[in-house]
Ligand binder design. Sequence first.
Ligand code: PLP
Length: 385
Amino acid sequence: MTFELSDRVETVPPSGIRRFFEIAEERDDVISLGVGEPDFATPWAARDAAITSLEQGKTSYTANRGKRELREAIADYVADRFDLGYGADEEIIVTAGASEAVDLAFRAFVDPGDTVAIAQPAYISYEPGVIFAGGDVLPVPTKEEDDFRLTAEALEAAGAADADVLVLCYPNNPTGAIMPAADLEPVAAFAREHDLTVFSDEIYAELTYDGEHTSIATLPGMRERTIVFNGFSKAHAMTGLRLGYALGPADAIGAMNKIHQYTMLSAPTTAQYAALEALESCDDDVREMVAQYDRRRQFVLTRFREIGMDVFEAKGAFYCFPEVPEGFTAEEFAEEVLREQGVAVVPGDVFGEGGAGHLRISYATGLEDLRRALNRIEAFVEEHA
Ligand code: PLP
């Protein structure tokens, strides 16, 4: 017997980067600049708090929305760092990674036939999330000449005025673009004018190297139409602990909690203890990791320019997004540099419109490996370009 797949599952193509992992497995000297995952261990104090909670037998479910103490700490943190005012009781939900928060939002606010505009290039999970919820995706390409920022013109040109939801992610995966407040304002005005709900994925907010991160939810008239996603995976190097959260008006978070309480019950308890400690005592660790990412960012940008590849000035997250030299598609470049030089990078096309002709380079890798990888890319370009 074969299982009859649902149309929604069948519609979603397999991940465009799986093939590269298969090639990478054929060699044992591959340096990977492919994964979007910190190379740092979770700060010790957070790990220690998790261990202590286990020693004390704190292994039960928590409240559906997450431990109250943690929600209070999150409320204080987002107020302090990003000027976001959300109440611990009803306006915050703790989830199994930001991934669960994104999925809950699609399922809570997208009906079959609804249109979800996605600023692209974009994190690869949004599009499948929309499809699993029964919605239709409307790509809104951003351009390198705009520093991959979203503009009202791009929204207009893509037909986003008729969309129901707009998804944006700044600092951006995969481009490393950020959106300063002045650039967010016209996007916010577009959302207000066309009555769009906004999902703002701010998981890389701490990793902003030029000025301070601004959340679109802080702009006039935006709080009531925006859900903000954040989490501990990136800035606190806690990917495997699976902890994130969403912020929004009480009725919206209540709707997300309705799904969460039936499908997840509560986010991982041990991780909640780690996250609480991370917010209470790990600011210095975060600052140190951010400083190291920034040094790597500057090194990688400089090396690409020396190699002669055009690269725009990434200012956030831990990615940069160089253009492939003439004569290659991004996929060809990524495949050949992996086969010949053992460097794994991701072709920009997998992140949707606007990504073609680019590579996503993650610098969540130590400087020594980055140095070796960029030497290999240089050798490849010298030989072929
Ligand atoms: N959002 C973006 C933009 C990401 O890049 C990622 C992970 O790569 C996630 C969400 C998922 O985060 P989490 O580990 O909290 O589920």
